[in-house]
Write a protein that binds this ligand. Sequence first.
Ligand code: SF4
Ligand code: ZN
Length: 308
Amino acid sequence: MDGRPEVPRCSLCTGPAVLFQRQSGRHLCSAHAIADICDRVAETIREESMIVPGDRVAVALSGGKDSTALLMLLHRLLPLWDGVSLVAITIDEGIAGYRDETVRSAELLVNSLGVEHHRIAFEDLFGATLDEYLKGREKEACSICGVLRKKALIVGAERAGATKLATGHNLDDEAQSVLMNVFRGDLSRLVRNSGSDSSGRFIPRIKPLMKIAEKEIATWLLLNNAWTDLPECPYSRYALRREVRSILSTLEYRHPGTMLHLLESKKTIEMRCAGALAPEPIRHCRLCGDPCSGELCQLCQLKKTLGR
Ligand code: SF4
Ligand code: ZN
């Protein structure tokens, strides 16, 4: 004993541990942490039948940590499925001092992996950058950005001929969304999943990282030498998500498993309320013809509200 604190050992091989999974109580070394996260992503994809042979999976690649990990993991798991191909779609919202750096990071990644890449700019698609859209409306940034980005991703997936659209939502994001929808009193949004393209075809959205905690993704990237320090979106300070995130982090620390339980609650609600909360029949937007549930699609409604 030299007085230094003992390094925790991996619960699987006794090597030096780099990750502690509070919920399972396991310590994992670098090799086992990398393998564990990869295996759990593959298991989620299998359990939820997210990817089937022949799929062309479009990965929404912002260049941030979650989407970077998602593309790397799917690329690594690709040999598991017959005839599955990957394509990355990067949306450039036009946010000064933020998006340029993440777009550069996305480009470096697709080049190193040899993945086809489509870049869609709000300016080309909607005639203005997000910064221009948000003048005087900064507090609504995330809801406006969300509607525009959803449309841009659908256009990207269409252009790429994708059969699935994969996003990097992790366990923290999913648990936050459950709570946010409860706080907003919007139970139906909890179970809604709209991904129709402009021809009314439904492009299923998949979230392969939905059971992996943000902290684990960060660790996985560090262990794979893929961690990059990137700036935060300047509008994120207005987001309700930011407050919910802080509440949930505290709860998860004090009561490990809280976030996973929220995800399970969402699943139970989906199963039990499938009939009661059945999605409204798909109609077509009066202005643009896109599939929607009301008279106008979210995008046309937004343009109307913004006077564009
Ligand atoms: Fe868009 Fe909000 Fe995300 Fe910024 S933080 S990219 S405004 S959704
Ligand atoms: Zn419309």
